[in-house]
Design a protein around this ligand. Sequence first.
Ligand code: SAJ
Length: 412
Amino acid sequence: QRVVVIGLGYIGLPTAAILASNGVGVVGVDVSDRHVDAVNRGEVPFVEPDLGIHVAGAVSRGLLSAQKDTPKADVYIIAVPTPFKDGHEADLSYIDAATDGIIPQLSGGELVILESTSPPGATERVGQRILAARPELNLNAEPDAMTVDVAHCPERVLPGRVMVELVENDRIVGGLTSHAAQRAKELYEVFCHADIFLTDATTAEMAKLTENSFRDVNIAFANELSIISERLGIDVFELIELANKHPRVNILQPGPGVGGHCIAVDPWFIVSAATEQARLIRTAREVNDAKPQYVISKVLEAAEGKDSPVVAALGLAFKPDIDDMRESPALDITRLLAEALPQGKVLAVEPNVTELPAKLAGHTNLVLTPVHDAITAADVVVLLVDHKEFKAMDTTTLDGKHVIDTRGIWRN
Ligand code: SAJ
């Protein structure tokens, strides 16, 4: 069977590569020339451990290629982004465009899998969009020659560990029909060595959103504790460590806010699907989104009284030891500090990049600086990301500085 994967990003390309590594012929489709050309050269257009070797191997064996138009296939996997629009509603235009690319290629008997994280109802929408354009096809539970099977199989892999987690994590498959779910399961069994659980499409959509909301709510709890602890003059990291000694308590870690393209986004899909009911989930989002502003006010407080304060901001990525800055609170804090301190200087330290990202360009008082130089020059040091380089640092270099450690890595 031939599989087409639409969207060669953080999820689509690893999925395409692992299928191809297991002997399945895969064509990847992407709107970006850069992604298509990279894949056809056997290269990966972003950082993800072990992905390169799978892509290079699959391309050289002739099992993986990339192109811009959607070709005919037996199985289509949609792995395009679902960002949110103003008002925190999901933007389904990429899913619609991917579906529209598939529609002319369908002749009955195909399987269409939506992998993109989606609000409840998105898989049904894919099915209905196909039917609206091609009324001779059907989505019947008892399949015939004109049936198209449609299922949702949300990805749950952690960036940085994608190639491991694709194989080892359990998966959930929700079908518009049980036949569709069973077919999708058989495809994922090609590379997934863990359990694959079958359900309906809406439950699968909600399961994915629930996992990320669970984490968001729990991080919000930790972030709220950090602000309460500050008020009470106690160390939140010690507090959490001690509370976690209880056998049924497992609090996550506070930080400067929640970033990335998943946990900071997905809970809003639940909020927008059930606005009146999703009170805790919405509040957690608001608590986490307010944390960067709290950190900024702490830094400004520490810088008060200096004519031209120098702030070292350590870390720009959304989490440790990666270069991904999507929705990164560290990046926002750094930018807003530069704007709030026009007479001062912000020295940004990010060991995983060699130049400042475009979002930070245009601020003359914001400079990418090596960690040692930044700390030496700084009045205030704010630790935003727990990168390994910062954890390994000699903390005596911080003596005499005003230190704000949002991740608690420098506690003795
Ligand atoms: N964070 C904290 N405190 C913590 C844990 C995380 O502040 O105790 C922050 C991180 O610094 C980061 C953000 O949360 O800014 C998210 O980081 P993460 O490592 O928790 O998660 P992601 O966004 O990289 O990946 C998540 C994963 N979901 C879950 O763990 C439930 C992953 O399995 C999903 O596949 C991914 O979202 C996704 O694509 O949805």
